[in-house]
Write a protein that binds this ligand. Structure first.
Ligand code: AMP
Length: 215
């Protein structure tokens, strides 16, 4: 099964992709995670990507397309994958389509998680992650047992630079301009499924699974 998760930043794509990956035993491929890892390790890719990410902009299409084209050839993708945060522009979607066609593969569904911008700003500004193990928290809806400290490993919680309020605003503008048009793009191919992304994580997940099982 090959899926794409669409939706605004902070819309819950990462959370739903992780749950789907566990349930269906196929990898979650998050370009955001791959890029953040590269930034952390200060590789050539990371240094190049950081300037765009810090400003809330998109990393150039050629860069992320290259990442995905390499990644989908890995052995763990043979039974499928979940793309989380890719494609983000029509050009990325077209390249992906072409690549999959060459490999004689198709996308089964594109899942659009709908969340309004007000809710997103609330979510992203309260989002924290452990600097050691990466576990995610939210200062209001999922606080750690002790403020600022990871309940899992005791690491210090940090806020992503791009979750700070000015950058969030920019990311939402970029989403609206560059990524939202993908809804129409995939609607035309008949594989777009829409799911309300506001509410309890587990009930959203149940609905998402139902959509997938009805494919
Ligand atoms: P995310 O964690 O998916 O919100 O991604 C964090 C940041 O990584 C984005 O704000 C972009 O700067 C960059 N990024 C992730 N995926 C893509 C993509 N498909 N195209 C361009 N930039 C991306």
């Amino acid at each position: 099964m090959r899926l794409i998760l669409l939706g605004p930043p902070g819309g819950g794509k990462g959370t739903q992709a992780r749950l789907l990956s566990e349930k269906y035993k196929i990898p979650q491929i998050s370009t955001g995670d791959i890029l953040r890892e590269a930034v952390k390790k200060s590789t050539d890719l990371g240094r190049k990507a950081k300037e765009y990410m810090d400003k809330g902009g998109l990393v150039p299409d050629e860069v992320v397309i290259g990442i995905i084209e390499d990644r989908i050839h890995d052995a763990d993708c043979s039974k499928g994958f979940i793309l989380d945060g890719f494609p983000r522009t029509v050009r990325q979607a077209e390249s992906l389509g072409k690549k999959l066609e060459e490999l004689d593969l198709t996308i089964d569904a594109v899942l659009d998680l709908r969340v309004d911008f007000e809710e997103i700003i609330k979510r992203l500004s309260g989002r924290r992650a452990c600097g050691e193990c990466g576990k995610g928290y939210h200062i209001e809806s999922e606080p750690p047992p002790k403020e600022g400290i990871c309940g899992q490993c005791g690491g210090r919680l940090i806020q992503r630079d791009d979750d700070k309020s000015e950058t969030v605003k920019k990311r939402l503008e970029v989403y609206q301009e560059k990524t939202a048009p993908l809804k129409d793009y995939y609607q035309r191919t008949g594989i777009l499924k829409t799911q309300e992304g506001k509410g309890d994580i587990q009930s959203i997940f149940r609905n998402v699974c139902r959509l997938i099982e009805n494919l």
